[in-house]
Write a protein that binds this ligand. Sequence first.
Ligand code: SAH
Length: 470
Amino acid sequence: MRFLPIFLDLQAGPVLLVGAGDLVRAKLRLLLSAGARVRWFAVDGDYESGLDSEAAGRVERAGDPLSADLNGVIAILCAGAGELGETVAARARAAGIPVNVMDDLAHSTFIFPAIVDRGDVVVAVGTGGSSPVVARRVREKIESILPARIGDLAAFIGRWRKPMQARLPEMSARRTFWERIVDGPIGALILSGRESEAEQALRAIENPEAFASERGLVTLVGAGPGDPDLLTIKALRALQDADVIFYDDLVSSEVLDRARRDAARVSVGRRIGKPGIGQDATNALMIAAAREGKRAVRLKGGDSFVFGRGGEEIAALREAGVAYAVIPGVTAGIGAAAQFEVPLTFRKKATRITFLTAHKTHDAEAVDWSLLTDVAMTVVVYMGITAAPAIRAGMLAAGRSPDTPVGVFARVTRPDAKAVVGTLDQLPDLVTQVENGPAILIIGDVVERSLLWRGSDLGRLAASLMEKIQ
Ligand code: SAH
């Protein structure tokens, strides 16, 4: 590291800008938007073009930079100044003022980073001047993972720091207190723009010391159907912050790979044939982890609130008085629809969707099929493989035609995904063709609109993808 990133206080004095052209104007806009006082020496004498009058009004004209008084100037920046750059740089160095000559590392004592600007939170990315393009790519990546309102969170804490200092004189307790605010529900409120609720919640904390000692949190995270790129940005963040992850069997190893390396991983899942540890034991583990002050993630396939028992889990967490948060995921039915291009609704033709589960034949018998008579309703069935014959019987009894299009979509969004389509009448046979589960069934006319229905095999699918890419 040759250049140490530091942040310059623009209130401390003016910045001298020397040069002309578009680049210098871009820098001028940046400096002005950051609140700088700018003295500008435009080598071409053009102080007006490309600037609105308000911006132009906030700029002082500087005299010749080789003779002008540099007293109080905090930094000098030369862009498009030609040979003047070198002499200005020599003068700046002699006077001990930081100087940047654009695209001229040899004469610069500081360089400009790529900037992520979120108000009070600013990230500077540098490559030691070697590649601004790489710096910009890094900046884009950071842009995409930083919550939009992270600056509001910093500003919120800034406002409350002093009052809390009086209530929590001990520094380490104060640090834990703010960590809990940032990572817990109050931070989450600010990040979702609900600042006045956050304010209320903070005011309601009666005993900040006790609050600080309970930093535990359980986050229910929807892992999606398998492809880790389908994780939401929030889910990724929770996985990166986790101390411990309680995951189900349906969670793909690629998703787990995205978690923080040193997070403990505990499998709590059931699998056909293996009972798993059971719901009560899972609840107890989550509660215990949170009470130990850990940040626990409960990671479930798809979405926690779609046949995922998320409702039972939050009820247990509420009852235990443990802080929790819920992050949605792409549910398997939606993943199947996207991957195999089944539009679950279609204007005027498919106007309703039902998500139902029929794990065993007796579950299927408990479904009220008479509610599913409407041909404009798309039916998405979870855990429907074993009960396929009973599902067919139920749908036929509801008056659906045996020719109704159906699709069986197995291991969707995973590398070994497989799908077959056919008619309701063929359903029990279709489910045997996808080999293993998990699989989603989609029943309804919309299945006809999928690529597979048109006799396409994977080759056609690939061809159509290529067409789209081109
Ligand atoms: N909460 C999950 C559903 C859990 S129930 C979700 O929102 O997706 C388990 C059922 O989900 C499986 O029996 C299967 O029907 C479906 N499922 C889960 N992952 C799947 C996948 N990758 N491909 C196809 N079906 C899947």
